[in-house]
Design a binder for this molecule. Structure first.
Ligand code: FES
Length: 155
């Protein structure tokens, strides 16, 4: 019994959802982030349905504390079926609230917010023609990426 962890954290920690990884095909966005404070690392991958721009599948691997594992496990349940726009709006505070994380563990949920944003931006970088979500949340548009500006058609 790990004292100090809320039962919701323990539930995800003992029975993490959606652990694993996908091959890096172009419908997969991969986010790999680390927490400088403690050195914990989280990898999150989303599979995007190109027709609907929604997350059809998601997997994670986290090398970190119980709260980081719980945050990523909960995140995978949360984002499945979401549009990329919706998923980009998830805040670490949403995760921390659901898991009842204490203030000292807030950075663990921050890792999950960083991971989903990083996965989305990786997907966009692989699929530059897709309408982008503004990940910064500042209202500023993300600059257009030039695609296939050069290149010759081959028969
Ligand atoms: Fe750093 Fe939890 S202690 S991610």
């Amino acid at each position: 019994q790990r004292r100090g962890y809320h039962e919701k954290v323990l539930d995800h920690y003992n029975n993490p959802r959606n652990v694993g990884s996908f091959p890096k095909t172009d419908d997969i966005g991969t986010g790999l982030v680390g927490a400088p404070a403690c050195g914990d690392v989280m990898k999150l991958q989303i599979r995007v349905d190109k027709e609907t721009n929604t997350i059809s599948d998601v997997k994670f691997k986290t090398f970190g504390c119980g709260s980081a594992i719980a945050s990523s496990s909960y995140l995978t349940e949360l984002v499945r079926g979401m549009s990329l726009d919706e998923a980009a709006k998830i805040r670490n505070t949403d995760i921390a609230k659901e898991l009842c994380l204490p203030p000292v563990k807030l950075h663990c949920s921050m890792l999950a917010e960083d991971a989903i944003k990083s996965a989305i931006s990786d997907y966009y970088s692989k699929n530059p023609k897709v309408q982008k979500t503004n990940l910064a949340g500042t209202g500023a548009p993300i600059p257009e990426v030039k695609v296939e500006a050069t290149g010759s058609a081959s028969m």
